[in-house]
Design a protein around this ligand. Structure first.
Ligand code: NAD
Length: 128
């Protein structure tokens, strides 16, 4: 079967290098794992990337020497800090809303359930 999509036929697709110069990106959960890899890749492609996480130390280490990179420390389980993040990061072209917990939460797992934000307290981005 003939391949439907090839990198040669579509420069910029499937991992071929492309330029994100002039684009602004915000990556949450950027201090480790998937978020860190995505934020670093966007930065290497030339985007101005805001690295955001609840954990400040790795953020500063990660963005040292990265051109156009900035850091915003925010706990996304706290509505006021979500608003702060949106204000500081400003309008972005690319949003990677990746922050999260992989482990189980709730009383059976030791009680992190109170870190969730009630639906009626999640700010509407249009109000920021
Ligand atoms: N790795 C997997 O197999 C997998 C599978 C399904 C979903 N996911 C989801 O993908 C995302 C990334 O996963 P990962 O494996 O890279 O996890 P990770 O734990 O390596 O990274 C998650 C990051 O989110 C940050 N974070 C956690 N709670 C936060 C909060 N309240 N505010 C701000 N930052 C917070 C952490 O500090 C951490 O740096 C998570 O949302 C996870 O639930 C991962």
């Amino acid at each position: 079967m003939e391949p439907v999509l090839t990198v040669e036929a579509h420069p910029g697709a499937l991992g071929a290098e492309m330029s994100l110069a002039g684009k602004r990106a915000l990556v949450t959960g950027a201090a480790s794992g998937i978020g860190r890899a995505v934020a670093q890749h966007l930065s290497r492609l030339g985007a101005q990337v805001a690295f955001s996480d609840i954990d400040p130390k790795p953020l500063y280490e990660l963005t040292k020497g990265l051109s156009g990179a900035s850091t915003v420390v925010a706990d996304l389980a706290v509505a006021a800090q979500v608003v702060h993040l949106a204000q500081v990061a400003g309008p972005v072209d690319i949003l990677v809303n990746n922050a999260g917990l992989q482990r189980k939460v709730g009383p059976a797992a030791g009680g992190d359930a109170d870190r969730s934000v009630p639906a009626d307290q999640v700010p509407d981005p249009r109000d920021v």
